[in-house]
Design a protein around this ligand. Structure first.
Ligand code: PLP
Length: 472
């Protein structure tokens, strides 16, 4: 694990703790090159300096990362919470008494109901969604939101379900509902090199069945393993051809602003812990009310004072028809705190910073070579920062062109305090075994430097040695 000096610099990347003079000169060399790296970054990307507020945020709110020597590079799996989020959250819990909002009349239930209602309003406002157009349906996570659409979409043999092949595994669950109803399921494959889906392939597929009945088109705003961002203009195009659109925004929303005043997908699925770490267990389905009325829930848990037992619910579609049982009413208000934090920093600033760091990483990663001139890493998907998020997928290759075992690389990186994601990433179409580094809100240059330093240590090693540090 890394150590932090009094100035807050990470003093070494992974060297074992020892007091030998050799180690000290190694530490000096590395921290010198870290300092040199920082100033090169600023020379190449002067606009990075304007993101210093996030460096301050990192040392104020995320100091546990450096204190404990963590290089966290798995934001695509889960965001990290700021200390202030916890502070504000627990202060709010301590400041009142909260009952279950299902008990509609008493004071403590009303206090909870008001906070949940405020959170719904804050979510709509954050995504610039009109309250007469969209409803917020709380779910445990993105998967829960996707499942709600899957189980309620009125699939028949007349219907088409269209998916890009880089959808998250959770989206594939919808396919099971479609197949059971005899609907036509079609995948649009990503290009094997840049891992994008060509525009013309999408356009042709959308026109193909100008349907009698509305089909369902599902794609990720940002693919979770390649970082590819798909064009959001597909949403309007699909709708013009008679499709309802379900946008999986789980990977997109932590580092990009989704503007529902500009794009109007029928359904949006997302998880809040990916955006700001806390709370886990709360996601949402943002649904256009017009689209919601087309769904048919396989069950209704509407309260008995609002529905006649044994009769289909007579209620117009609303979020309540899609939220089963008691809401996570103590955690839901934490979402407002997280959204407020992101708004204060500014999604634009977060994106600018992360794309600079991503470009630096991509350049360094692709510039690493063994002594025989062959590359140390092979990057999958886009090799540049256009239309992508701060997620990079790659594998390590030895001087003979043999791929190193991804899972073993993850273990090796662990020894240096680096959290990478590897292994069989949850997708049907992508490379099964690869290493993913993903940046997020608290990422800084030092994290990226630590990753490149780790990869440099793999230079000239065989694939076996890369995977097993004891051999090298
Ligand atoms: C694009 C995408 N969709 C869906 C999911 C599933 O999210 P959750 O596990 O929060 O349900 C993920 C999780 O990584 C994701 O990245």
């Amino acid at each position: 694990m890394n150590k932090v000096d009094t100035a807050g610099n990470r003093e070494s990347i992974g060297a074992p703790v020892s007091s030998s003079p050799g180690r000290h000169s190694l530490i000096r060399r590395r921290s010198t090159s870290l300092t040199a790296g920082r100033s090169e970054l600023l020379t190449k990307y002067p606009e990075y300096a304007a993101t210093h507020a996030i460096d301050e945020l990192r040392s104020r709110e995320f100091d546990r990362l450096d204190r404990l020597g963590h290089v966290y590079l798995d934001y695509a799996a889960g965001g990290l919470y700021a200390e202030a989020e916890l502070h504000d959250y627990y202060a709010s819990l301590r400041g009142d008494v909260f009952g279950n909002p299902h008990s509609t009349a008493h004071l403590t239930a009303l206090a909870s109901a008001a906070r949940v209602a405020q959170t719904r309003a804050d979510i709509l406002s954050f995504f610039n969604a009109a309250s007469d157009e969209y409803a917020v349906i709380f779910t445990p996570n993105t998967t829960g939101a996707l499942k709600l659409v899957g189980e309620s979409f009125p699939f028949t043999s007349e219907h088409h379900l269209l998916l890009t092949s880089d959808n998250h595994h959770s989206v594939n669950g919808i396919r099971e509902y479609a197949r059971r109803a005899g609907a036509t399921v079609r995948y649009l494959d990503v290009d094997p090199i840049d891992l994008r889906v060509e525009d013309t392939i999408v356009s042709e597929a959308l026109v193909y069945q100008e349907a009698e009945v509305e089909g369902l088109f599902v794609f990720p705003a940002q693919a979770n393993w390649s970082g590819v961002k798909h064009p959001l203009r597909w949403i309007g195009e699909a709708q013009r051809h008679g499709w309802l659109v379900l946008l999986d925004a789980a990977s997109f929303t932590p580092s990009s602003h989704l503007d529902l005043g500009k794009y109007h997908p029928d359904f949006v699925a997302l998880s809040f812990y990916k955006m700001f770490g806390h709370p886990t267990g709360v996601g949402c389905l943002l649904a256009r009310k017009a689209a919601l009325s087309k769904l048919q829930r396989p069950w209704s848990s509407t309260a008995p004072d609002r529905a006649v037992p044994g009769q289909p619910s007579a209620q117009p579609p609303s979020s309540a028809n899609f939220e089963d049982g008691s809401l996570n009413y103590l955690s839901i208000p934490a979402v407002s705190i997280g959204l407020h934090q992101l708004s204060e920093i500014g999604m634009g600033l977060i994106q600018t910073r992360l794309m600079i760091l991503t470009e630096w990483l991509l350049t360094e990663l692709q510039g690493l070579t063994h002594s025989n001139g062959t590359p140390v890493a092979v990057v999958y998907g886009p090799k540049h920062v256009q239309a992508r998020g701060p997620t990079i997928l790659f594998n390590l290759v030895d001087p003979n062109g043999v791929l190193a075992d991804g899972t073993a690389i993850e273990q090796h990186a662990n020894l240096q305090g680096i959290s990478l994601r590897t292994g069989c990433l949850l997708n049907a179409g992508g490379p099964t075994e690869a290493v993913r580094a993903s940046l997020g809100l608290a990422s800084n240059f030092d994290d990226c430097f630590a990753l490149i330093d780790f990869l440099k240590q793999q230079t000239d090693l065989t694939a076996q040695e890369m995977a097993n540090p004891l051999l090298s």
